[in-house]
Design a protein. Structure first.
Lengths: 106, 397
């Protein structure tokens, strides 16, 4: 049995996140570093998923390089994105809140 | 191997296209210039500067663009009362031996009369340029730029490293390759410094990225669009690491600013962030501003990697569109030249897509149209900026 789902791509052995080679749907169970995890919400291609436990204040590593700091504890299999990772340089802007607020149709 | 040919220019450079540039010198002349170019829009491309007040950067950019190797003739369109130094611009173009004319709307009878005169001049030039001879050209005559736009989580693992492979081969064969932008390389400064040809250049690279970080910090907003986050990118340094992959693995030969022409082949980093205090807002307000700056540094064409799916092309210099995301490629295949998304689905290797991009560069240099060219895309944007000259350590000895 495989230690990690083949849809998860490890870019550098130092990394604590995987990159998704294909989308994973909500409710799917997959193997992450030998552990079974159930994905809570859909995660798209190119997004990141935690490879191991990441503590608040830890650096998140991708390409073997730090890409920011965890803002809360992250469990293996969690989606690593705006809710739990922030830049060490400048803040990130997204339209998610506006889409919810104005009820975007497209 | 393809024998490249190009249009010889008086400065020794060679063009891969032979466009007429129709240049408005203030926004007030934009409509007239657009109408002049429109009937010949595949040969005559519209460029220009919208501001009424003088700006040395804009002057330099327009001089470089009007003497770009892909340009065979230039029509300047002035309203008449703007501050742009049209006399100097016309003289610079004339000194290159290119046909040039200036129309001044206030002196030439207003909108309709100026459009009629301009269309007649452009039609003559297009006809004359159609018979221009081409001479043999080498890969080492080429200047190739790269940008990424509409990036997502696939860009940094498919399209960008594939362009990096193509860049490595182009640099090996003597071409000058330019990557940017320092605001999207924040977090990569030490990795880039380690690839610099000299320790002094390494210091210049660190300083350029530090300047970019300060500049964006003042603006309170990184070079990061909402769509980047939707596509799976979370932070600017993550986007940077992906963007950085476009540079390949060659030694970094130099650090240039917009309008500096690489003195020889090699890999160059372009510093696009203005010097001094934050004056005119965002360094580059959209992707075409970056393409324009690389053209001003002589880029014959641009390799544009996109994950979300940008459809832009450019005036004057062809854009090869590299799709990073396989799902986007399916939706926008009519706009994309290369499907690097095959790397993430496992149906092509990075090396194979890199080789495909390299071959396409030679084909496009030989006259093959890119998708955006065939669709008539010819975007252009130029805004206010200010730069100090580069330091002596920035160019190869």
């Amino acid at each position: 049995m495989q230690d990690t789902d083949p849809r998860l791509l490890l870019l550098s052995p130092r990394d604590n996140v995987f990159v998704l080679r294909a989308a994973i749907e909500a409710g799917e169970t997959l193997t992450v570093s030998g552990q079974e995890v159930t994905v809570q919400s859909r995660i798209g291609m190119g997004h990141k998923l935690a490879r191991q436990p990441i503590r608040v204040g830890d650096k998140v590593l991708k390409y073997g390089a730090p890409i920011g700091t965890a803002t809360r504890d992250i469990a293996p299999g969690d989606h690593v994105h705006l809710d739990n990772l922030k830049s060490d340089y400048t803040a990130t802007h997204s339209l998610e809140a506006e889409k919810a607020r104005f009820g975007g149709t497209a | 191997m393809t024998q490249l040919t190009g249009y010889p220019r008086s400065d020794g450079r060679k063009g891969i296209r032979n466009h007429v540039a129709v240049a408005y010198l203030v926004e007030c002349a934009h409509h007239v210039a657009r109408e002049i170019a429109w009937p010949q829009r595949h040969q005559a491309h519209l460029i220009g500067f919208p501001g009424c007040f003088p700006n040395p950067y804009a002057q330099t950019m327009m001089e470089r663009l009007c003497s770009h190797p892909n340009v065979g003739a230039v029509l300047l369109v002035s309203l008449g009362c703007e501050s742009f130094n049209r006399y100097q611009l016309e003289q610079v173009i004339r000194a290159t031996g290119r046909p040039v004319a200036t129309l001044v709307i206030q002196n030439d009878g207003g909108t309709a009369a100026t459009i009629a005169k301009g269309q007649a001049w452009v039609a003559e030039q297009v006809e004359a340029l159609a018979g221009a001879e081409r001479v043999p050209m080498q890969v080492s005559d080429l200047v190739i730029g790269t940008v990424c736009g509409g990036s997502d989580g696939t860009s940094g693992i498919t399209g960008n490293p594939a362009v990096g492979r193509a860049f490595d081969r182009l640099v090996d064969e003597g071409a000058a390759c330019i990557f940017e932008e320092t605001g999207e390389l924040i977090g990569c400064e030490e990795i880039m410094a380690a690839r610099a040809a000299t320790p002094a250049l390494a210091d210049e690279i660190r300083a350029a990225v530090a300047k970019a970080a300060r500049y964006y910090d003042t603006l309170g907003f990184g070079s990061f669009a909402a769509g980047n986050a939707e596509g799976g990118l979370t932070t600017i340094e993550e986007k940077s690491m992906g963007a950085y992959a476009k540079s390949g693995a060659s030694t970094i030969s130099g650090l240039i600013k917009p309008g500096d022409i690489p003195p020889r082949g090699g890999l160059y980093l372009m510093d696009v962030v203005p010097d001094g205090e934050v004056r005119f807002g965002f360094p580059n307000i959209s992707d075409n501003a970056e393409i324009v700056e690389m053209m001003a540094s002589g880029a014959h064409m641009t390799l544009f990697v996109t994950g979300r799916g940008s459809v832009v092309g450019s005036a004057l210099a062809p854009v090869i569109k590299v799709a990073a995301n396989p799902h986007m490629y399916e939706r926008l295949a009519g706009d994309m030249d290369v499907n690097a998304g095959r790397i993430i689905t496992g149906t092509a290797t990075l090396d194979a897509v890199g080789a495909e991009i390299f071959d396409m560069v030679l084909d496009v240099a030989s006259g093959a149209q890119t998708k955006s060219e065939a669709l008539g895309h010819a975007e252009f944007i130029l805004t206010y900026k200010s730069f100090e000259p580069i330091g002596p350590a920035c160019l190869p000895a």
